[in-house]
Design a protein around this ligand. Structure first.
Ligand code: GAP
Length: 489
């Protein structure tokens, strides 16, 4: 967190007034990192199908759709309040702090019984804890001057997609699968926001809803291409251990998971391992059993990344088979038919949801990428780094600053580059390493002789000399992964 604040990534919102629990602001580097992550996500996940598109819908929803989706009744955590100091606690967190195991999915009565059995008292004042009760996490709002219309901040982006499914189905090609994605804000009145940006009250989700017919979806996918890919899985009973098994995709299907579900596990894993360059052993899918999974899911594996700052594997996303739960619910309450006819079959489409928390993913990349030894360095994937290249004159004389300035001016029209002429060259490299800048360009005396600039790579610290008239295309190819460092020297 101290690096995040010092280097302009992220900090508690409203901090000049002492902060606002559960709310964070992104600074100049964080906002760029977020934008780049979102762009990569959109490119990757809309790329999964030819009929996949991006939407943008309202963040405030009236009560009826949230009743239909089940959020009004079921979107709850267990709240336990101290009878002495009035502090609020999440029931499962009170148990987790003592047993070091997860306790999601317990009823209030089960939480009460465990609190008694373990003799747990208020962590703040040691007072006696009151009875556990469900607490709805949605933020209510009164809309209009008289406040007559009850509404809520959306608790997930997904509902905006479901409400527009029929319209989009008609406007597009009347085909399944149809993929509709939103990258946008969601709001939850978390009982105890904590662990940096892990549990926030306002956060960003990137969610793709794939509407499909579960009977035919697998035939529409090239499953054979991924059948042999090992997928990193922690089954529900094993996920307390910090490990994962590598199970070939075809074997997961043989164990009963639908081929279309496993196909998407492979694609999500590819996003993390290949594009985000997460170390293999820091990635896994963790199965949620019937008690743990969200009320709308029939199959639910969380995407988890191992993060030192959060004490182990933590959820950053999920692969959810939501069945026809949401469209059926909206049909029942709105009275608007949600069924469609495809290939002569009339169905209410089922939904496979690929859901990601943007803030949690950014935090995980910062956690995984940061190392502090002799050098303090942030190993972000080159494409995501807020600043793509630093531009330095080797010394502040002999016309080098002017030449470096003109190079910077030329590059900044195409790339995010940072000019730095203060301090030793080593200190300038160090500042760029700490914000994850993958390349640093130094203008030296040989540059003036027409021999190009030196380009230094962040991780290896290797340097090559590259002609400065084609730096934009060289850097663009490096950032997109089309060429590797050294190949263009
Ligand atoms: N539409 C499905 C859905 O909302 P979820 O598991 O509740 O599922 C999806 O949320 C993702 O949103 C999570 O995997 C997590 O990355 C992110 N998320 C959920 N609650 C969050 C919170 N309080 N703060 C930050 N991110 C959160």
């Amino acid at each position: 967190m101290s690096l995040c604040v010092r280097r302009g990534f992220l900090w508690p919102a409203v901090d000049i007034y002492g902060g606002f629990a559960g709310f964070y602001d992104y600074g100049h580097n964080g906002a760029l990192l977020k934008r780049r992550w979102e762009d990569l996500w959109i490119e990757t996940f809309l790329g999964l199908g030819e009929n996949y598109h991006l939407l943008d819908t309202t963040t405030i929803l009236p009560e009826a759709p949230l009743r239909a989706s089940g959020h009004l009744e079921h979107f709850t955590d267990i709240l336990v309040t101290c009878t002495r100091c009035g502090e609020s606690h999440r029931g499962d967190h009170l148990l987790e702090a003592v047993t070091h195991e997860e306790h999601e999915g317990l009823t209030p009565a089960e939480v009460d019984a465990k609190i008694r059995e373990l003799g747990i008292r208020c962590p703040k004042c040691k007072g006696e804890l009151g009875p556990a009760r469900p607490f709805n996490m949605m933020f209510p709002l009164a809309v209009g001057p008289a406040g007559k219309e009850l509404a809520y901040m959306r608790p997930e982006t997904a509902q905006g997609v479901y409400l527009n499914f029929k319209r989009e189905f008609e406007a597009l090609r009347r085909k399944l699968p149809l993929g509709l994605a939103i990258v946008g804000r969601a709001y939850r009145n978390e009982i105890s926001p904590r662990q940096g940006s892990y549990r926030m009250r306002e956060f960003i989700q990137a969610e793709l809803q794939i509407f499909m017919d579960p009977a035919t979806f697998a035939d529409q996918l090239p499953f054979a291409d991924v059948a042999g890919v090992p997928v990193r899985i922690a089954w529900a009973a094993e996920k307390a251990a910090p490990t994962a098994q590598e199970i070939p995709a075809r074997e997961l299907v043989a164990r009963g998971l639908p081929a279309w579900y496993v196909y998407h596990l492979v694609e999500v894993q590819r996003f993390y391992l290949d594009l985000l360059q997460v170390p293999r052993d820091a990635f896994r899918f963790a199965e949620l059993d019937e008690k743990e999974r969200a009320f709308y899911n029939k199959i639910h594996f969380d995407v988890q990344l191992r993060q030192e700052s959060l004490g182990g594997f933590k959820e950053v996303g999920g692969v959810h088979y939501r069945t026809d739960h949401d469209l059926k619910g909206h049909e029942a309450i709105s009275g608007e038919k949600q069924s469609v006819t495809v290939g002569g079959t009339k169905i209410i489409p089922h939904v496979l949801e690929l859901s990601f928390g943007v803030d949690r993913n950014l935090w995980a990349l910062l956690d995984l990428g940061f190392s502090k030894g002799e050098r303090s360095i942030l190993r972000l994937p080159a494409r995501l780094a807020p600043v793509s290249a630093g531009v330095f004159p080797l010394v502040n004389k002999d016309g080098l600053p002017e030449r470096a300035r003109s190079l910077h001016d030329r590059l900044r029209r195409h790339l995010t580059v940072f000019f730095d002429d203060s301090g030793s060259i080593g200190r300038r490299y160090a500042r760029m390493d700490e914000i994850g800048t993958p390349y640093c360009l130094t203008v030296d005396h040989e540059t003036l002789e027409g021999k190009g600039v030196t380009v230094r790579e962040r991780d290896s610290q290797r340097q090559v000399r590259i002609r400065d008239d084609n730096l934009v295309s060289v850097l663009s190819a490096l950032l997109s992964g089309k060429t590797r460092f050294g190949e263009q020297a």
